[in-house]
Design a protein around this ligand. Sequence first.
Ligand code: SF4
Length: 91
Amino acid sequence: MNINVYGGTAKGCESLCNSCRFSLCVQGFADSQEMVFCGGVPGAQVPVIIKWPVARCNMHIGNDFISKDQLEKSAVILDGTHNRVTGFKTD
Ligand code: SF4
């Protein structure tokens, strides 16, 4: 008889830290040789060592996250002062 415990211990999942922009993940040649440092803990002066795979974290921000400031810096400002036609070219 199988008993399913919902919300129980997750197995076989990758730690959230591996995809977090706050993390430094260092891995050796053996599976047991792994250290994870978190630089996202509020108020911490130095990175905190994470000792287990993280299933949930409310500070996680993915490596592919682009902030509003980054978007604004890379945006092209179209002010309309040049006499160029903006938009898509139609044939
Ligand atoms: S913020 Fe959370 S998910 Fe990101 S590195 Fe720190 S502990 Fe891991």
